[in-house]
Design a protein around this ligand. Structure first.
Ligand code: ZN
Length: 290
């Protein structure tokens, strides 16, 4: 069957809209900057109308957001500091404008969904997708499904042990002095060292970062015995970081699970779809829900 399938990766600073053909190949994309809700939604609907009628639309959204299909508020942005956005229902707004039923999940679950189908999680029976950007979030996949829905994990706030070279840094999380997001998000790295993209590969800050991310992988691995832990988000653009995380993870595990270096290389992997993961996940969500 021919027909176009739409998706929106609804991020905090821009909504990335895309249209794919029946085989799931992207044929057009447009980035709409986030301003007030009406303007942003108008920019997105204009793009979709230009592309022609859609068979489906899926949204992978920033949070907090109601992702429970059984809830009357399914698709509603919950309390957010973004002006005007609290209470905006993305699903009904786009549904009314485009005349179709819309499906919505979190941005992290969106990326997890596409990584499982098309990217670094392909072929794995269980996996976690951890995004390390301004914040840190994780989605879990096991038994053929995304785990914890209609809620979602709050993995960014698990406690981590302070690195000995990092005792004086003030956590970037307003709630916790010692959580993963507060110490290891890209925002936390930027507070210590400036823009992470400008940080030299041999800067000692990377070892501290790798130590925290390795603790996160250790928690995931020991809790759920996952086949794959996929690391994504802006900070992973620094390709050497994944290697450092693997090394730190192996040291921290102390041989407990008898994992060889090859096992660890298979376990901890960089995301395969890069910046398109959320958008492709949104499109898949809409296609499969039909
Ligand atoms: Zn926290």
């Amino acid at each position: 069957m021919t027909g176009l399938h739409g998706g929106i990766d609804a991020g905090g600073t821009s909504f990335k809209c895309g249209v794919a053909d029946a085989a799931g190949r992207l044929v057009a994309t447009r980035r709409v900057p986030v301003s007030l809700p009406e303007e942003t939604l108008e920019g997105c609907t204009a793009f979709f109308r230009e592309q022609g009628p859609l068979q489906s639309l899926g949204i992978a959204s920033f949070g907090p957001v109601d992702i429970d299909p059984a809830s009357p508020g399914y698709g509603t942005i919950l309390k957010t500091p973004k002006p005007g956005w609290t209470g905006t229902n993305l699903r009904t707004a786009f549904g009314e404008q485009l005349g179709l039923s819309v499906h919505l999940d979190t941005d992290v679950n969106g990326a997890l969904r596409s990584e499982m189908s098309l990217g670094a999680g392909k072929g794995a029976a269980s996996a976690a997708y951890v995004t390390i950007g301004t914040g840190i979030g994780a989605g879990l996949f096991a038994g053929g499904e995304i785990v914890a829905r209609p809620l979602h994990p709050e993995f960014g706030h698990v406690p981590v042990r302070r690195h000995p070279d990092d005792v004086s840094f003030r956590s970037n999380c307003p709630f916790h002095e010692d959580c993963l997001e507060g110490l290891a998000s890209a925002a936390a790295v930027a507070l210590r060292h400036g823009d992470p993209a400008m940080l030299a590969e041999d800067h000692p800050g990377w070892e501290v970062e790798a130590d925290y991310l390795a603790q996160a992988c250790r928690i995931l691995s020991l809790t759920a015995r996952l086949e794959r832990i996929i690391l994504g988000g802006g900070l992973i653009q620094a390709g050497h970081l994944v290697t450092r995380v693997r090394d730190a993870y192996a040291r921290q595990m102390g041989g407990y699970l008898d994992e060889t270096p090859a096992d660890v290389t298979r376990l901890i992997v960089p995301a395969g779809l890069g910046q398109d993961a959320g958008l492709l996940g949104a499109i898949l969500l809409g296609m499969r829900a039909r």
